[in-house]
Write a protein that binds this ligand. Sequence first.
Ligand SMILES: NC(=O)C1=CN([C@@H]2O[C@H](COP(=O)(O)OP(=O)(O)OC[C@H]3O[C@@H](n4cnc5c(N)ncnc54)[C@H](OP(=O)(O)O)[C@@H]3O)[C@@H](O)[C@H]2O)[C@@H](O)CC1
Ligand SMILES: Nc1ncnc2c1ncn2[C@@H]1O[C@H](COP(=O)(O)OP(=O)(O)O)[C@@H](O)[C@H]1O
Ligand SMILES: [K+]
Length: 515
Amino acid sequence: MQDRQEQVSQVVVTARQMRDIEARIFAAGMPVAALMEKVAGLIALRVREVRGSRVGILVGPGHNGGDALVVARELHFRGYAVWLYSPFSKLKELTSQHLQYAQSLGIPYYHEVEQLPDCDFLIDGLFGFGLERLITEGIALAINRLNQWHKPILSIDVPSGIHTDTGEILGTAIRATHTFCLGLWKLAFLQDQALEYIGKAELIDFDIPLADVEAVLGDAPRIKRITPGTVKLTLPLPRPPVTHKYKEGHLLLICGSRRYAGGAVLTALGARASGVGMLSIAVPESLKPILVSHLPEALIIGCPETETGAIAHLQLPENTDLSFFSAIACGPGLTLDATPIIQEVISGESSLVLDADGLNILAYMGTIPTLQKRQAPTVLTPHTGEFQRLFPDIADPKHDRVKAVQEAAVQSGAVVLLKGARTAIANSQGAIWINPESTPALARGGSGDVLTGLIGGLLAQAATKKIPVEDIVATAAWWHSQAGILAAQERTELGVDAFTLTQYLMQVISNLGNI
Ligand SMILES: NC(=O)C1=CN([C@@H]2O[C@H](COP(=O)(O)OP(=O)(O)OC[C@H]3O[C@@H](n4cnc5c(N)ncnc54)[C@H](OP(=O)(O)O)[C@@H]3O)[C@@H](O)[C@H]2O)[C@@H](O)CC1
Ligand SMILES: Nc1ncnc2c1ncn2[C@@H]1O[C@H](COP(=O)(O)OP(=O)(O)O)[C@@H](O)[C@H]1O
Ligand SMILES: [K+]
């Protein structure tokens, strides 16, 4: 049984779902004003840990503005110098009452941003999850001006101007340095396009009953955050005391070309870190010595080469065919000349991960519909460019990455992992995992190859276990980015080349503690 904190940390909601959850709480008897008081009281406690005592408070027309006013009042009583800014003449009733009281306490109130005195930081309560329309005119100008002050801005719930679900910028938006997400993680926090505006994200848990969350989310496919808790349930640890190498999975990697030898090595090192029982690596014959020198434990299968140095066709050892392997990962460094290989592995019956040129060949051949017919699981791991080539009829993932990856998984019948700052994974039933933490240190050639090997290795080890494939892919994505984070902490964001990344993978698991 997971504890409350762990369960809450996995939940992701849309604005609509949040509103429905709150409606149940109010219907059960919790007064709206009492909830606002509780939530804003928790925010005020957090704000008091921030350095500075002169605070500008941005007040919107809805309950986000109400939250801000409760925070303003609390800071005022704690001795802070507090100034209010609100360009709105019409406020919701509860918000209006809080404004009236704040004014009665003598807290100054301005209608123009220029009137705000110099302050140490700002608190943004202009709009929360109720914002649905574009921000225009005076308010947009005010937000742009406030951003230009380059003061720390602490946003309440979401940075004002960000769409709570898609993370789109609705006209303009507050560039927060810190955002306190209230109650449950909103989807925007996991959408790449919102990240620059959110700053450091923190969840303020205000005791939403999990029964209400369950009632609203129901049985529909969920969007979930990947957490250490979910990862621990999926890792192939502890190993059974009695086992042997073939029981711990046999992964076949098919990768590399004369032009791209390094990709094969990186994929293989990612696979090695997964702990897979047996690793076989099919490469063009001329790459064999490099692979042997990097991975003496692996079985290197040298294959005949095309004139350009790509694998011409697979030449597996005697008495071996593709069904011999628990999983196959295929693609990094292949070049487009390896097209027949992709046709062969798709028609095979092993779990299959396709990446890089594997995906490009797939796009070129237009074989997405045939993936639906595969009996064994297929995992596709595109970055945005590969995604667009593979799924040209799906709306640009830049607008809503989560929706895009969901559609792709449904369309292809595969588990699709869309790479990015917040990597998203979907299965064909529409369920989604999102990796909530990563580092731009990974935006570097070759780091995706490492991920492919890691996914392949975990898939091979899970072949005989009943773990959903998307859970395994999610675990690999989390593991990969945590290694990046760890490496960046020690070596800065410039110090995480893909080889170095592979050297940090094991430490992530040992840091996880007892499993
Ligand atoms: N429910 C609760 O009890 C709890 C809620 N909590 C807090 O409440 C927040 C949600 O509050 P909310 O629903 O009042 O919406 P909010 O985000 O403040 O703004 C909507 C207002 O903005 C207006 N507006 C919209 N677009 C506009 C535009 N472009 N330009 C100008 N105006 C525009 C819109 O007007 P309308 O569209 O109706 O004309 C409406 O008046 C939530 O994020 C959290 O902080 C917490 O305290 C926990 C308890
Ligand atoms: N800004 C970023 N923040 C976090 N992770 C990133 C960022 N940019 C890229 N990544 C991660 O780095 C990896 C890059 O993979 P990919 O584009 O396939 O590179 P390559 O093909 O060169 O190996 C992916 O796992 C992706 O999620
Ligand atoms: K806000």
